[in-house]
Design a protein around this ligand. Structure first.
Ligand code: CTP
Ligand code: CA
Length: 227
């Protein structure tokens, strides 16, 4: 069915998309997470599939269905996501890391529910998680890496720093303080940052349209044609 609807300009390529906010358990009934809805990542997976790509979707999003046609790998924690992404990496051409991965997790996970009667105040110790995108940046070969930068201040500057630090080929910069952008919204406002320093500011658009613009940008990269 997809062939009738859109140009199959990504046929023959395999895309791996991560989506959603990871959940880091504290005890059997509680977790630490973030405001990511998974909508941007799921829109990317759908758009790539509609354009003929094979799509692997590693998603920590809850409450939204995976798009039709994609190979779906639900995960919960940053560690689960890291393991799954690293094991799939050799078979993919493009990785798009739309997920909001927890940067820290509880250093200890209680085996039983934490009881309030046992504490007057509770201090949690958190430890860092793996930076999945940075790891991919170290081991990438032919793969193209697309990162997201969720920022609340100096978005362009912070995004450019992350792009260099993680060896990313295209950065999608998201000022999540803008109305109609970022977490939970059905629209997004992003700036694309290319390896040569070029910037493309997109207007507020539905997330599916933002997804298509990101895929167009990936397609335009010299590395994509060389794959
Ligand atoms: N990312 C990742 N693994 C992590 C943290 C982030 O793969 N443990 C990826 C995200 O999926 C995103 C990019 O790195 O594509 C940037 O994430 P972001 O949270 O904006 O930046 P950080 O490098 O984590 O820095 P900070 O949160 O301090 O701004
Ligand atoms: Ca982060």
């Amino acid at each position: 069915a997809r062939k009738a609807l859109s140009p199959q300009d990504l046929a023959g390529k395999t895309f791996l998309v991560t989506a959603g906010g990871t959940r880091e358990p504290l005890d059997p009934v509680r977790f630490i997470s973030n405001r990511s809805s998974g909508k941007m990542g799921h829109a990317l997976a759908r758009a790539a599939w509609e354009r003929g790509a094979r799509v692997l979707l590693v998603s920590a999003a809850t409450g939204i269905e995976p798009p039709w046609g994609v190979e779906y790998y639900p995960v919960e924690t940053a560690a689960d996501m890291a393991e799954r992404v690293l094991s799939l990496f050799s078979q993919v051409d493009v990785v798009i890391k739309a997920a909001a991965v927890a940067d820290f997790r509880p250093a200890e996970v209680a085996g039983e529910k934490i009881k309030k009667s046992e504490y007057r105040s509770l201090i949690l110790t958190l430890e860092p998680t793996v930076d999945i995108l940075a790891e991919l940046g170290k081991v990438k070969r032919h793969q193209i890496l697309v990162g997201f930068a969720a920022e609340t201040t100096e978005a362009l500057h912070q995004g450019a720093l992350k792009m260099a630090a993680k060896n990313v080929d295209l950065m999608v910069i998201n000022d999540v303080t803008l109305e109609g952008a970022g977490f939970g919204s059905d629209t997004n406002i992003v700036t694309l940052l290319y390896p040569d320093g070029r910037r493309e500011e997109l207007p507020r658009l539905p997330k599916l349209e933002v997804a298509h613009r990101i895929l167009n940008a990936v397609k335009s990269l010299p590395r994509f044609k060389e794959q």
